[in-house]
Design a protein around this ligand. Structure first.
Ligand SMILES: [Zn+2]
Length: 320
């Protein structure tokens, strides 16, 4: 079922690393003035805020979540189904269902809890078999939000303690898969198909990774850094491989921040900081600007532009 959705050739899969999510949605709606779609938010509070802000600005938006009365939900659904609202803002937990066929985009405002959830929700896009886009807006905070949602899950007595523990572990594993989906370099369709047990060797040519590969190769050709710092094409021992387990977790957090900054500034990640610099940060764990300057590859310019954001993570990690 989920696999069939991923296989649909009319769907374009993308992940956008950004913290400016509302701006993304607003600009997306402006660029696609005739199209209708769904925005899935992690919590009803996030959904309410987005709905309120878009409505205030004159975007015809409907809203559907578990905190609303059934009557209200039905009314909102009618405006969406009848094309009087062109965007439906909802939550994963709302249980919203729609038969609407001409949904041109499904945007996940936050990282979904699992690939299963993701595919089910993305599956609302393009049921008329016309082109449609499935986009996740990812930022580091999504991981904390999803952790909170999973923590809030309660055993209503249906499961034994043992069963419950194993369900919780499965939740965590699925969430880790979503983090990998959102943060690692791969063909997004191939990643999902692999998760659902389908062997898919090629690149799909219709996801944000596949479409950007040409550009990335061009960057590599003109890349000012030695071969060893270019990630995938580098030598067998990468800077991250030299770290201990705890340091690697920090490395991962720094890497996500680096991608967010790179994506916002539209530059390749290694222009922000190289892997070697991030690895050195993980070893030294600087807490002040002076200490950060001591890290291999950090100069005044980078300190001024990126220092504060990296120090925030480093201090948090040090405190934990
Ligand atoms: Zn692809």
């Amino acid at each position: 079922m989920e696999k069939d959705i991923v296989m649909k050739e009319n769907l374009f899969f993308a992940v956008e690393q950004t913290r400016k999510k509302e701006e993304f949605v607003r600009s997306y709606l402006q660029r696609h003035p005739e199209e209708s779609g769904i925005v899935f938010c992690a919590t009803r509070r996030i959904a309410d805020t987005l709905w309120k802000n878009l409505s205030t600005e004159g975007f015809p938006a409907a809203r559907y979540h578990e905190g609303m009365t059934e009557k209200r939900r039905l009314l909102e659904m009618e405006t969406f189904a009848g094309d009087r609202s062109r965007v439906m803002i909802t939550t994963g937990a709302s249980g919203m269902e729609t038969e609407k066929k001409n949904i041109r985009f499904v945007i996940h405002y936050n990282m979904p809890l699992s690939p299963e959830d993701y595919c089910r929700e993305a599956g609302y896009a393009g049921r008329d078999n016309e082109t449609a886009e499935c986009i996740i807006l990812f930022s580091r905070q999504d991981i904390a939000i999803d952790r909170m949602l999973l923590r809030n899950r309660r055993n209503d007595g249906r499961y034994t303690e043992e069963e419950w523990d194993s369900l919780r572990r499965a939740d965590e594993t699925r969430m880790q898969k979503m983090i990998a989906y959102c943060t690692e370099d791969h063909c997004f369709r191939a990643f999902l198909l692999d998760y659902f047990g389908e062997n898919y060797e090629e690149s799909c040519g219709n996801c944000s990774f596949c479409l950007s590969t040409a550009t990335q190769d061009d960057w590599k050709k003109g890349c000012p850094f030695p071969e060893g710092e270019r990630g995938k094409t580098g030598p067998k021992v990468r800077p991250a491989d030299t770290l201990e387990a705890g340091q690697r977790e920090l490395f991962e957090q720094l890497r996500i921040l680096r991608r967010e900054i790179a994506s916002e500034k539209k530059i390749p990640p290694y222009i922000v900081f190289s892997d070697r610099t991030l690895a050195d940060m993980c070893r030294k764990i600087p807490r002040t600007e002076a200490e950060l300057l001591d890290v291999n590859g950090v100069g005044e310019y980078k300190l001024e532009h990126y220092g504060a954001q990296f120090l925030e993570i480093l201090r948090d990690f040090d405190a934990a």
